[in-house]
Design a protein around this ligand. Structure first.
Ligand code: COI
Length: 361
């Protein structure tokens, strides 16, 4: 099933000179384009009223379900400037399917894949001038869905708004971050078995903020969450998956299974690594093993990954009674190689053997 997006151009788009100034150094998540995509859902009628329109505040009734019971899900994907000036999306179908998975977990209607794809294609084409040309810059797309029924009873909403906004971005990190320091939280957990850990819902991120604040107070950029049952198995960071690299060249990443977000970057790196003959284990790894393997020299690199953070080296881990440097404390060799290989495909600098890129302009 698909819908045609009616295009209502922004009557007062930003002047080109002003836009170009912003695009020269956009940071992350603060520079927004002229338009947004929006689609509505009504029980009984399904998906309807698909439009690309001027980006503007949403007007929501103060009794809208999302404001009270947090029925909200989102996605993150990027559009990249290609060497010939065109624009490519990276694995948009993977995000479409994950949004459907998140919707099922949050008792929300599944957005048909074709509508998702059309929404991002139409928005990128309309706002094509907002895709940065700076090194490592991209147009970060943020599809999201909120429950908009005006009702205070606790039940799945009968109405929803699906929208996509776009933000011109550079690096996710402020300043020159070579490697991040993690705080291993013993106080807070992110997700429990049977909970919403595998869904990309705003509530997971809300629950992570106090732990992130604790990490920041300890001088760390990010929190690393341990499992909720035994409090020892490394799960993920506040919004990124994690990988470990051993001295024999093997990689390991915590297994999916309900408490970890199935990252598109995570999956892409697993495929990239396996494609070149590397062994990647999706297996549990405890914070104690991590520390012991660092001390014995068996663990040589670790990195975080996600659409926003791409591939970011982990240089140090701290916590209650924990303080160790990972490898050299800076970017490791395999981490750098995988980051380069992934971004070369995304920016169209290398062949795309997995068929991940979709050209939209
Ligand atoms: C992403 O990497 O796209 C994320 O969603 C992580 C964070 C910015 C929320």
């Amino acid at each position: 099933m698909t819908l045609t997006f009616e295009i209502e151009p922004n009557a007062a788009p930003m002047a080109a000179a002003e836009r170009d100034t912003l695009l020269a150094d956009p940071g992350f998540g603060r520079v927004f384009t002229d338009h947004m995509a929006i689609v509505r859902y009504t029980e009984g009628q399904g998906w309807h009223s698909a439009r690309i329109k001027a980006r503007a505040p949403l007007s929501t009734d103060p009794a809208s379900a999302v404001l009270h019971y947090a029925q909200e899900i989102f996605e993150g994907l990027k559009a990249y400037r290609l060497p010939d000036g065109g624009i490519g999306l990276f694995r948009p179908s993977a995000n479409a399917r994950r949004l459907q998975d998140s919707a099922r977990r949050m008792a929300m209607p599944e957005l048909p894949e074709e509508i998702f794809l059309e929404s991002v294609r139409a928005l990128v084409r309309t706002d094509r001038d907002w895709v940065p040309t700076i090194a490592d810059g991209a147009l970060y797309l943020r599809p999201f869905m909120i429950a908009s029924e005006v009702f205070l009873g606790v039940k799945p909403s009968a109405e929803y708004i699906y929208a996509v906004i776009a933000s011109s971005v550079g690096s996710y990190w402020k300043g020159e971050v070579k490697a991040i320091t993690l705080w291993a939280s013993k106080t807070y957990t992110r997700a429990a078995p049977g909970g919403t850990g595998a869904a990309k819902c705003g509530g997971n991120y809300a629950a992570s903020l106090v732990a992130l604040a604790e990490a920041n107070r300890q001088g760390c950029e990010q929190v690393v969450f341990l499992d909720a049952v035994e409090r020892r198995w490394v799960e993920e960071l506040g919004g990124m998956n994690v990988f470990f690299v051993f001295d024999d060249g093997r990689l390991r990443t915590p297994p999916l299974g309900g408490t970890i977000l199935p990252g598109v970057t995570r999956d892409s790196l697993i495929q990239l690594a396996r494609h070149q003959g590397l062994i990647v284990e999706e297996a549990p790894y405890s914070i104690e093993e991590w520390q012991a393997d660092v001390e014995s020299g068996r663990l040589v690199e670790a990195f975080a990954c996600g659409t926003a953070a791409v591939v970011t080296p982990i240089g140090r881990v701290k916590g209650d009674g924990i303080d160790f440097a990972v490898g050299s404390g800076g970017p490791g060799q395999l981490t750098e190689r995988l980051r380069q290989q992934l971004t070369d495909i995304q920016f169209g600098r290398a062949p795309d053997p997995h068929g991940w890129m979709e050209r939209v302009v």
